[in-house]
Design a protein around this ligand. Structure first.
Ligand SMILES: *Cc1c(COP(=O)(O)O)cnc(C)c1O
Length: 396
């Protein structure tokens, strides 16, 4: 991490800009929408590719009660950055990892009886867990048939403190699917079965972004919100989104005029139909711009759309700027985000290749520097910083 903005000049002009202020406004907009339900900010997978340290810190400033990640490593990274906020680890862990979780004051989302038994084996006298119930998704969580096992384990191990009981929806992004209501009913029935056995928790949570936006929450619950905070659409039908946070930009590195009938790129999957101006961009699938977007997507140049021409290669992309008058070497090109009055959203890119915005964000690789804007200040994160000679420059 560096606070010197001029350092970015030493890099290839391909980077993502992260609008931390917009993220903060999104957190607060969701908090208002959730009312008495408390927002847990989900920053797993490096905050969906945006940068977990910077965004978790911003979420904490808006007084979220908890941060959720997927991996122990992700939680440890946040702890190492000085964050003392409660952190919930959602993914499954083995005994060694569970020990480390305990030592670092993390909350553990319990995936099933095996994990509960591993926690019991550690024998801590106060181990806070969030017990996950499988209300129908069939992936993580305790099934109805496993409830007796879980009840037995919890009775025998009073050191395991069930701080929360939770579940996860399979299809809350589709309001027409009644399965979400069935999952809620199943969750309530399983909670009742636990209560009859004397087991409950002060907290419950089930909602993700989609369920939160739809109001499928109860006062006092937590809601685990990810995608909405990054400005993408939580609902399949669209129609609700907050401010985009990520903007991915590069510059034209090479511009040439080619005659009609000229092939472009690997496999020559694009052939010019007229005299064409073809621009080459220093970004490719190794940076996380999917090769499936070959000949499928647009980018923005001079505030206009220009199509990808030919295959996306590992390090390069070619675009057709024949219809973008004035496009020149060094001009900014936007792959994701807005330029002028035009915008390319993660949902648009996802829809071109049959995936979801989540994957578009997560694909942006560690090779791409992140430039953070927060409160009028700029800071930069890149895994390559340490290799530059920075002796004459300030480092934060
Ligand atoms: C990722 C995740 C979330 C957040 O989902 P969004 O759709 O991004 O809001 C919530 N809960 C669990 C268990 C998750 O894994």
């Amino acid at each position: 991490m560096s606070s010197a903005p001029e350092l970015i000049e030493q890099f290839r002009p391909t980077y993502v800009e992260i609008d931390v202020d917009a993220f903060g406004r999104n957190v607060e907009a969701m908090q208002r929408r959730l009312g008495d339900t408390r927002l847990v900010a989900v920053v797993k997978a490096d905050a969906y590719g945006h940068g977990a340290i910077e965004l978790a810190r911003r979420a904490a400033r808006s007084n979220v009660p908890m941060i959720a990640v997927s991996l122990l490593e992700e939680a440890l990274e946040l702890r190492a950055s000085g964050m003392e906020i409660p952190i919930l680890v959602l993914g499954p862990m083995k005994e060694e990892q569970l020990r480390a979780a305990r030592e670092n004051d993390l909350r553990v989302g319990v995936a099933g009886p095996e994990e509960l038994a591993a926690i019991a084996a550690i024998g801590a006298d106060d181990f806070p867990v969030h017990l996950k119930l499988d209300s129908g998704m069939g992936r993580m969580g305790v099934t109805r048939g496993e409830l007796p096992d879980v009840i037995r384990l919890l009775r025998r191990n009073p050191g395991i403190r069930v701080e929360a009981i939770y579940t996860h929806f399979a299809n809350a992004s589709d309001p027409a699917d009644s399965f979400t209501q069935r999952q809620l009913d199943n969750f309530r029935e399983m909670l009742d079965a636990l209560r009859v056995a004397g087991i409950d928790a002060p907290l419950h949570h089930s909602a993700n972004s989609a369920a939160g936006v739809r109001g499928l929450v109860s006062p006092g619950d937590y809601a685990r919100v990810g995608i909405a905070l990054y400005g993408a659409e939580p609902l399949d039908s669209g129609g609700f989104h907050l401010e985009p946070v990520m903007r991915w930009r590069t510059e034209i590195a090479r511009l040439k005029t080619l005659p009609p009938g000229h092939g472009i790129g690997y496999g020559t999957t694009f052939t010019t139909k007229r005299e064409s101006r073809i621009a080459t961009l220093p970004v490719g699938y190794a940076d996380g711009y999917s090769r499936a977007l070959s000949n499928q997507a647009d980018v923005l140049v001079c505030g206009r759309r220009a199509p990808i021409a030919g295959r996306v290669s590992m390090d390069l992309i070619t675009i057709d700027v024949t219809d973008v008058a004035g496009a020149a070497v060094g001009d900014e090109v936007v792959l994701l985000g807005s330029q002028g009055s035009e915008a390319i959203t993660a949902d648009e890119l996802a829809s071109r290749i049959g995936t979801i915005s989540y994957e578009v964000f997560c694909r942006v690789s560690a090779r791409v520097p992140r430039v953070y804007r927060a409160d009028g200040r700029i800071s930069i994160r890149s895994k390559f910083f340490e290799h530059f000679n920075l002796s004459s420059r300030s480092q934060g």
